[in-house]
Design a binder for this molecule. Structure first.
Ligand SMILES: C[S@@+](CC[C@H](N)C(=O)[O-])C[C@H]1O[C@@H](n2cnc3c(N)ncnc32)[C@H](O)[C@@H]1O
Length: 269
């Protein structure tokens, strides 16, 4: 499963990423409020094309955006806000990254499930300010009326058939004794619109449904099936989505020597 994270190194996946729904603005209000120490520097781990890092950069002193995918970072530099002077991109895995702390906040948007938690936390904990928090952010559509119809299509084509949507990543990290959870917050729902075509591209931006993992025939079959499911729900080809984000934040803990190296369990996207 952890090998699926290399899917993000495909150029087409990085390009398709722009079709994912943006995080609600409220996310950035909460993240900004978590930065209480000086300097107001943030480390964004598994930054991708900067869905967290780019909107957060204008609100803090500096964001170091670390991602192991050159393709994602290249796309991120070209996206709005990606060339800000206080946004520093680094192509590296978090396990081996040279960090330039101290950091008053560490953010992980849809990324922590890809990382070996012990190694990751051992790497970041020495670079935290006194009150720094790790904020784990996830988001996605809720109350999706086409969900039940789309599920068999996803199950047929996904490269992660064992994906468990009920798995709670924050609980799992706590259970390993790696996080003193401070609080959790769900944002208010926001409505976003997306064309059926863009929705299909969004699905191809995931590690498990990337076009690069399919033959041309399979990708065409997938696109047709998704199109057939979604079209009855669209008005003039446009779907209405309700997006909610969940933030969980707390103090990450380094592990004892000898407990490192176990891979994180299967994640989602
Ligand atoms: C689903 S994307 C999330 C991107 C972004 N944070 C967001 O919220 O949209 C996950 C990203 O984590 C990166 N990643 C996975 N494992 C990593 C690791 N060990 N170190 C650094 N980046 C990693 C992948 O390359 C990918 O770009």
């Amino acid at each position: 499963m952890t090998e699926l994270r290399t899917t993000f190194q495909y150029d087409a996946v990085a390009e398709a990423y722009q079709h994912r729904p943006p995080y609600p603005d409220e996310v950035f209000d909460h993240l900004e409020a978590l930065v209480v120490d000086e300097p107001r520097n943030v480390l964004d781990i598994g930054a991708g094309e900067g869905a967290i890092a780019r909107p957060l950069a204008p609100r803090v002193d500096r964001v170091d955006a670390i991602d192991m995918s050159q393709a994602m970072v290249d796309v991120g530099r070209r996206r709005p806000g990606g060339d800000r002077a206080n946004l520093h991109w680094h192509v590296s895995s978090i396990e081996t990254a040279d960090l330039n702390g101290p950091y008053a906040l560490v953010t992980a948007g849809a990324s922590i499930h890809w990382m070996p938690w012990e190694e990751t936390f051992n790497r970041i904990v020495p670079h935290l300010t006194q009150n720094a928090q790790l904020a784990i952010v996830e988001h996605g559509p809720v109350d999706v009326p086409w969900g039940d119809e789309l599920l068999p299509v996803i199950k047929k084509h996904t490269r992660n058939p064992g994906y468990d949507p009920t798995f709670d990543i924050v609980d799992a990290i706590r259970d390993r004794g790696l996080l003193d959870l401070t609080d959790q917050k769900m944002t208010a729902p926001v409505t976003q619109q997306k064309t059926v075509a863009d929705y299909i591209e969004w699905m191809h931006s995931t590690s498990t449904l990337a076009r690069d993992l399919m033959s041309a025939e399979e990708a065409a079959e997938f696109d047709t099936a998704v199109h057939e499911v979604l079209t009855p729900y669209a008005r003039d080809g446009v779907l209405e989505l309700t997006i909610v984000a969940q933030l969980s934040w707390g103090r990450p803990k380094a592990s004892q020597p000898g407990t490192e190296g176990s891979a994180a369990p299967a994640g989602s996207e």
